[in-house]
Design a protein around this ligand. Structure first.
Ligand code: GUN
Length: 292
């Protein structure tokens, strides 16, 4: 039987409508709107594109945005000053520093300066630590893992007791998704660049989540028939037939995978739009906490 295509677009649309409605009620009740600060360092084209999508989505639902763009050669102290001023600004409820940062900046140090109460990316060690520990509640869960679970739940994929394999261990996606799948009672294996024979492990998985950054690395020989696949890859590949000479593709060989899996997220249009929705949700939640 044909694979179900788990589009993120209708889910994102639904969530964003609910967020917008709640924000207009907040505005009517207390005269305030949620605020998100976005900091972007340098000139990476992909980062600019993501930030543009985040700001646009905020605009559409009524979240106020502050956008600070810093040059590639920005000093660590300058960046920390910008973050600190957002920390102390009461109309800012969420702060994101778009990653990756230029080589000379220390990501962990910068993330440590983001107030855990405004850490809508969920990357602060306090929030990541509480996500990893059973029985603790982080203030924010990172947007990509939240989007993954949202997709699985909305498409009625059972998670409890299933064998889940996450390929990749970045805090943005892979590692935090392993933590969140465990919180949802999956049995989780986290694979990475030192894993021997990864395909032998993925072939036993009910749920395969890919956060690798290499196009087509996951082929149909990596997948159990009937598996559910969440493709978090956003890889830019040359394509002379695309308007800009490039197109975005996932980690999974989609054309192969759809022949064997029971469900799969497309790229683009799968996880991506829901990730943005989760950022809106985290920002709204933060404003709700700030205003009681
Ligand atoms: N780079 C890729 N994904 C993300 C994300 O969710 N947040 C931030 N800050 N940077 C990213």
């Amino acid at each position: 039987s044909a694979a179900e295509i788990m589009s993120g677009k209708p889910i994102a649309r639904d969530i964003n409508l609910r967020v917008a409605a709640e924000i207009s009620r907040m505005k009517a009740a207390i005269g305030r709107l949620p605020g998100l600060a976005v900091v972007l360092v340098g000139y990476r084209e992909d980062s600019h594109a993501y930030v543009h999508m985040k700001l646009k989505a905020c605009n559409e639902v009524g979240i106020e945005t502050s956008f600070v763009q810093l040059p590639q050669d920005c000093t660590q102290d300058r960046l920390i000053d910008v973050v600190s001023s957002f920390n102390s600004n009461p109309s800012v409820h969420g702060i994101i520093v778009q990653l990756p940062l230029p080589q000379h900046l220390d990501e962990e140090t910068i993330i440590n300066f983001v107030s855990p109460e405004k850490d809508v990316d969920g990357f602060h060690p306090l929030n990541m630590g509480n996500l990893a520990l059973r029985g603790r509640e982080p203030l924010f869960i990172p947007c990509t893992p939240k989007a993954c679970i949202e997709l699985l739940l909305r498409y009625r994929v059972e998670i409890i007791g299933k064998n889940a394999v996450v390929i990749g261990r970045s805090k943005i996606a892979g590692l935090s998704t392993s933590f969140l799948l465990q919180r949802h009672h999956a049995t989780v294996s986290t694979l990475h660049s030192f894993t021997n024979n990864p395909e032998q492990i993925t072939r036993r998985a009910d749920i395969v989540v890919s956060d690798v950054g290499i196009p087509n690395i996951v082929g149909c020989d990596w997948l159990m028939p009937g598996a559910v696949v969440v493709d978090m890859g956003t890889n830019s590949v040359k394509d002379p037939n695309s308007p800009r000479g490039f197109r975005t593709t996932g980690d999974v060989c989609y054309e192969e995978a759809i022949k064997v899996v029971s469900a799969i997220t497309p790229v683009p249009g799968g996880v991506g739009p829901v990730v943005i929705s989760m950022l809106l949700c985290n920002t709204l939640d933060s404003a709700k906490r700030a205003y009681g």
